[in-house]
Design a protein around this ligand. Structure first.
Ligand code: ATP
Length: 365
């Protein structure tokens, strides 16, 4: 059980700044995702929390104790690497008891703990089997078991499902999450897959070029992205952007998009110049009466829904609408933009113009 806090943590490799000043808190028992594209600094951040890499500056607290300069062995955490890294010459039971015996735990006690954990993972029947013949899923369970037997304060996982095919990956993701819910141990999990992060995480940190772009619950991040980067990285298709030039007074509650006035769900901080209106595809709907117009350029059938692409005066946008809604490529139609869901960004900084912290999550559908 552990709360982990990162305060102004920075990491340089020589002259390269891999992680810029990062601050966030992982609460005790959370399943916490570090999400971002390749090279954004998520593995480096995880390795600093685990003690496998020392921060250049800043502090790392585990349960209130500053551990930033302490090695991994003094942090009481378990790092689950790629899940297939087992000792090939040992059987399942030995693979799991090895970390305990090497710490000097008496054999009987280690055996008892291994059996207990093996039961949680459903592998108690295979403790005598060699690991060589196991299926991928069972190997993964053994690797997890080896981490769990030590009863660490927290688990750290770096793309543990990366090497698995899609179907098996989904199955193991569900299993990992269920295991976490049973055990309640703080888990920090690195992924570049936004769907995996949304499905599994209690909280997500989205990183880009070494910067924490946003930190929050999946639905908060989806509904109210703090930056254009987050808006595009999360969601498929990503959030639509309509670029416009405008003046928004401080405290404004509406914008003028090419002569069409649109209400905004919260007061804006105020800005002028190049702005971007963000709206998710499921919040755009063709409606003859709507004053904002778009030409239908494509429709993609996805079963119950379709993705329809429109060209507007401010750029190309996509709508996710029911498949039974008939659309004709080449037609021009009105577009209803759900006013409760709009986000306005400053186009030059990419940051949302209103505080996103206190917004209510939306009810989709
Ligand atoms: P990936 O998913 O590709 O591993 P990541 O987001 O986990 O990406 P990191 O592995 O944290 O990214 O790397 C962040 C940046 O720091 C990258 O540009 C990487 O090349 C660089 N980097 C990481 N480790 C080192 C190192 N030991 N020496 C020099 N540069 C490094």
């Amino acid at each position: 059980m552990a709360q982990i806090r990162i305060e102004n943590v920075r990491k340089d490799f020589g002259s390269f700044n891999a992680v810029k000043s990062s601050t966030f808190t992982i609460e005790d028992g959370e399943f916490f995702m570090l999400l971002g594209p390749s090279g954004c600094g998520k593995t480096t951040t995880l390795r600093m929390m685990a003690g496998l890499e020392l921060p250049t500056s800043g502090e790392i607290y585990i349960d209130g104790e500053e551990v930033g300069q302490k090695p991994a062995s003094q942090r009481d955490i378990a790092f689950v690497f790629q899940m297939f890294a087992l000792y090939p010459h040992m059987n399942v039971g030995r693979n799991m008891s090895y970390p305990l015996l090497s710490q000097g735990m008496p054999k009987a006690e280690a055996k008892r703990r291994v059996l207990e954990v093996a039961k949680i993972l459903g592998i108690e029947g295979m403790l005598d089997r060699p690991v060589g013949g196991l299926s991928g899923g069972d190997r993964q369970r053994v690797a997890l078991g080896r981490a769990i037997v030590r009863e660490p304060k927290a688990f750290f996982m770096d793309e543990p499902l990366g090497a698995l095919d899609a179907e098996f990956r989904e199955h193991m993701a569900e299993e990992l999450r269920a295991l976490h819910d049973r055990m309640g141990a703080t888990t920090v999990y690195v992924t570049h897959d936004q769907l995996e992060a949304m499905q599994m995480g209690d909280k997500i940190v989205v990183m880009n070029h070494g910067v924490v772009e946003q930190f929050g619950a999946p639905q908060q991040i989806y509904d109210w992205p703090a930056t254009k980067f987050v808006a595009q990285f999360i969601g498929s298709p990503p959030m639509n952007f309509l670029d416009f030039n405008g003046i928004v007074g401080k405290g404004a509650t509406e914008i003028n998009l090419g002569g069409v006035r649109l209400a905004i769900p919260q007061q804006l901080d105020g800005a002028s110049g190049d702005l971007t209106l963000g709206i998710r595809p499921e919040h755009v709907r063709p409606s003859d009466a709507a004053p904002y117009r778009g030409e239908i350029v494509a429709s993609e059938y996805l079963g119950t829904t379709q993705i329809v692409t429109f060209d507007t005066a401010h750029g190309r946008i996509k709508a996710r609408i029911p498949s039974h809604h008939k659309v004709v490529v080449g037609d021009t139609t009105g577009l209803e933009l759900d006013a409760r869901t709009l986000t306005v960004f400053d186009a030059s900084t990419g940051r949302a113009l209103s505080s996103i912290a206190n917004r209510e999550v939306l009810h989709h559908g």
